[in-house]
Design a protein around this ligand. Structure first.
Ligand SMILES: [Fe+2]
Ligand SMILES: [Fe+2]
Length: 471
């Protein structure tokens, strides 16, 4: 177990002080990062003390450290999971060979592109969430938002470390460009669609953390299988942070559902009258965030995905647990296709179907969370079930980008889509209503009308703890 050296200007567990060239490159990048954080990080609150958790070592217990920190002084740094002695490549053409400690020349471009694409999502989500602090439903939630934000900032550090340590001048240029693009910017947008959407309110934030951060989990988990060992170790540690982001999302939505159910059980027919969010609106937000997150996995049939796997650069989710040859040259896998007005399944070579396979792992994981939300509804004796829409619903990328698909998986006409879309996706009126609820609640132990308090606080602290010191 390696602990993290916080004496250095850039906290790390990779012996940065013995690599002067890399240290210098990162020190040159650091002021730009801090400038980006001040400009594009959380609006306001930068001088306030926040009760944040910081990693002090990279083992499971390394998270026990909580303290008051001003966000610009958060100790962003470079933390890799401990090396696995004798690790061998688990899949692809290089299966069984020793894991790579450096980047093979022929895979340089591919690896760089994967790292840049992952890296770009990290600052993007901070940018998307930057105004939310102004409308927090409680100090507890405000603190959770900032915890997610500083960790996404650290994930950017993680990817920049790889670029600067292993990709020479190209890597330095890419590290710079990661600070230049802006979420939603017309001229310099972030790379992936979902990361250019707005996160205008807290319902969207919780949905984003549940659905879109979970895409991050699946991408990181596949990269954690990579033959390129520094990438694998970096992603393995990031996954421990990602778990908290998904907790924030799942618990946030659950508390909103709970609040609405409590009001319904008390006999309220229209929970909006009591300043809560009705389950129909929650379903429409769910439909939106799930569908834009599905697009992040790419096309159903993809030669890129096949190449990533064959070259041992990006594996499957839990690659080592798959009971097959880990090369898939002869295997097939069913992927959706459209026949007439129906969605059918068709076998494709398993290698080109890897995006779809990862998307399916992701969908199953999302379903488990939705089941937990439904349990809350059931416990209140309410006869409503939240559902994930069909994977073809409201898609922009891949096969379904060319079709209109209803939440129950029918190919529909433009006319039916136009007539029904206000039932399926958040409307302007929904957005306006949700926005109208977004007034800040910052008194200790108080919560906005539309969300139930959590069942427990952070790190054993009470729910009414002063998680952010505003004075
Ligand atoms: Fe992240
Ligand atoms: Fe995240």
């Amino acid at each position: 177990m390696s602990s993290i050296d916080y004496i250095e200007r850039i906290p790390n567990n990779v012996n940065l002080k013995d690599n002067r060239r890399l240290l210098r490159a990162l020190e040159e990048w650091q002021p730009g990062f801090l400038e980006w954080w001040q400009q594009m990080g959380p609006e306001g609150f930068q001088t306030k003390d926040v009760y944040l958790r910081t990693a002090i070592s990279v083992d499971a217990q390394g998270w026990a450290h909580f303290d008051w920190v001003r966000m610009p002084e958060y100790r962003w740094g470079i933390f890799l999971a401990d090396p696995e002695p004798g690790r061998v490549v688990p899949f692809g053409d290089h299966k069984g060979q020793p894991a790579w400690q450096d980047v093979p020349g022929e895979y340089r471009g591919t690896l760089r592109r994967l790292i840049v694409t992952q890296g770009d999502t990290e600052p993007a989500s901070v940018e998307q969430q930057r105004h939310l602090g102004r409308t927090c439903p409680s100090l507890y939630d405000l603190r959770n938002l900032f915890q997610v934000n500083v960790e996404e900032g650290r994930h950017l550090w993680a990817m920049v470390y790889l670029l600067q340590a292993y990709f020479g001048r190209d890597g330095r240029e890419e590290a710079e460009a990661l600070l230049q693009r802006r979420s939603g910017d017309r001229d310099k947008p972030r790379i992936l669609g979902a990361f250019n959407e707005r996160t205008p309110d807290w319902l969207s934030f919780f949905m984003f953390s549940f659905f879109t951060d979970r895409d991050g989990k699946y991408q990181l988990a596949s990269l954690a299988e990579s033959a390129f060992d520094p990438l694998s170790r970096t992603c393995r540690f990031m996954l421990t942070e990602e778990a908290h982001h998904m907790f924030v999302g799942e618990a946030g939505v659950q508390r909103i559902v709970q609040r609405s159910c409590e009001l319904m059980r008390q006999g309220s027919a229209d929970v909006r009258k009591q300043g809560a969010i009705d389950l129909e609106t929650i379903q429409r937000y769910l439909n939106f965030h799930f569908s834009v997150s599905l697009d992040l996995f790419g096309s159903e049939v993809s030669t890129n995905a096949a190449t990533f796997f064959t070259t041992s650069v990006k594996g499957r989710f839990e690659e080592t647990k798959q009971p097959d040859d880990h090369q898939l040259k002869e295997a097939t896998y069913p992927v959706p296709a459209v026949a007439g007005d129906r969605v059918v399944m068709r076998d494709e070579p398993a290698l080109t179907a890897l995006n779809e396979r990862l998307r399916e792992d992701y969908i199953a994981d999302c379903q488990r969370g939705v089941d937990r939300w439904n349990r809350v509804i059931r416990e209140h004796g309410i006869d409503v079930v939240l559902e994930l829409p069909h994977r073809g619903f409201h898609r922009a990328i891949g096969l379904f980008g060319d079709y209109r698909v209803s939440p129950d998986g029918r190919i529909v006409t433009d006319a039916e889509w136009d007539a029904k879309k206000h039932e399926w996706l958040p409307t302007e009126a929904d957005a306006e209503y949700v926005r109208s609820l977004m007034t800040p609640v910052v008194e200790r132990g108080r919560f906005a009308s539309w969300i139930a308090p959590p069942s427990r606080g952070i790190n054993g602290q009470p729910v009414d703890f002063e998680y952010v010191r505003l004075v």
